[in-house]
Design a binder for this molecule. Sequence first.
Ligand SMILES: [Zn+2]
Length: 119
Amino acid sequence: MLKRCERCQAEVEAEELRDYAGQQLCEDCYLEAMSTIRACDPWAVHTAKSILATQGQQLTPQQQQLYDLVRGAQEISLSEAAEQLGLSENELRREFATLRHMELLRAQPRPQGIVLTLF
Ligand SMILES: [Zn+2]
């Protein structure tokens, strides 16, 4: 059974959702929420962003392909993106999670389901 993360709107298996401050979050958002408890330290955030910026080229080939696919399509469903890249939806979701944390891609709810878009 799929449920929706209340933060990033990603669909995940119900048993993968974690409870955080009354919200049902996917593992990524849960870890992010836990790790941003100290987010009031602006220098730490700045440093993290700078590291990401300088590491911007270090995407795996699959992550790069996914990013290029979404950039070209503007909006693409998870299942369509998985099909185009020859990945399972779980594999795709994993690559997407990395790209979302790098603030390159994000998921958006649409009437027909979740689509991936540029961040
Ligand atoms: Zn989430």
